[in-house]
Ligand binder design. Structure first.
Ligand code: ATP
Ligand code: MG
Length: 256
């Protein structure tokens, strides 16, 4: 059964795009068929995957119903991707009628049998693009960084997911929270992790045992548009992503 995972956090710069691309690569290296979808008009995921954003059809045309999703998939050296560009920001203004939260879910219907995993990157904020991604998925992954502002946003995000479960996608569950750019040697990081455990426990949310460490290799892979696992065959941060995949797979057996 295809798993559709939305990577989201309304806070900017916490690692949504980074988690999406590297988790997708890690899953691909484990032998799974993976598609990633860029739902952010910034197009950062499309850049990381070395996708064409001007000459090819993007998720914008797909959501508008002008192009079928399967015709917007680009197969780059890194991954299969449906790209995005700035035009995507128009969806908010162009669609005001009810049912607009299901544009992505409807578009994904025909493609599901071809992939084991579909990972969706979202923009910062809780607008209609994020709601579309939440309404289309089975599971939500929340990357956060170990600072106090990130933690404050989690309660609001949790409430938004409850609303989505109530009104548009009763089957979607929060798989867990991933601490990103984590440095065990920094006291404040450890302290926020401790507080995060308490806050998440109260909300009945799981904090993944695996944290993703801060590594310059992550940024290097992105700026040179390379697969992290080609750049560093083995290495601490690559191992973090493989461990995270392992944990996500284990979680699925509990769900089913
Ligand atoms: N584990 C990591 N180690 C080092 N740098 C990282 C790591 N994760 C993310 N970064 C860097 O942090 C910055 C923000 O990451 P990213 O773009 O993935 O966040 P985002 O949540 O997608 O941001 P936005 O809200 O703008 O979409 C990027 O420059 C990225 O290279
Ligand atoms: Mg991003």
């Amino acid at each position: 059964m295809t798993r559709i995972l939305t990577i989201t956090n309304q806070k900017g710069g916490v690692g949504k795009t980074t988690t999406t691309i590297n988790l997708a690569s890690a899953l691909k290296h484990q032998g799974y068929k993976v598609l990633i979808i860029d739902m952010d008009p910034q197009g950062n995921l499309s850049f990381c995957a070395n996708a064409e954003t001007v000459l090819s059809a993007t998720i914008y045309e797909v959501l508008k119903g002008e192009v079928k999703l399967q015709h917007a998939i680009q197969r780059t050296a890194i991954i299969d991707i449906v790209a995005a560009n700035i035009l995507l920001s128009g969806i908010e203004m162009e669609y005001t009628q009810s049912g607009r939260e299901f544009l992505l879910r409807n578009a994904l219907q025909n493609i599901r049998p071809y992939y084991d995993y579909i990972l969706i990157d979202t923009p910062p904020g809780l607008g209609i693009l994020t709601i579309n991604a939440m309404s289309a998925c089975n599971g939500i992954l929340i990357p956060m960084v170990a600072d106090i502002f990130s933690l404050q946003g989690i309660t609001q995000l949790h409430e938004t997911v409850q609303q989505v479960r109530k009104y548009s996608n009763p089957n979607c569950t929060i798989e867990g929270v991933i601490l990103n750019k984590y440095n065990d040697r920094v006291y404040l990081n450890r302290e926020v992790k401790g507080t995060a455990e308490l806050v998440l426990n109260d909300l009945k949310l799981k904090l993944f045992d695996t944290s993703i460490r801060s590594s310059i290799k992550v940024a290097e892979a992105q700026s040179s548009q390379q697969d992290l696992f080609d750049l560093i065959k083995q290495g601490d941060v690559a191992q973090d992503y493989l461990n995270l995949v392992e944990e996500i797979l284990q979680g699925e057996t509990h769900v089913q």
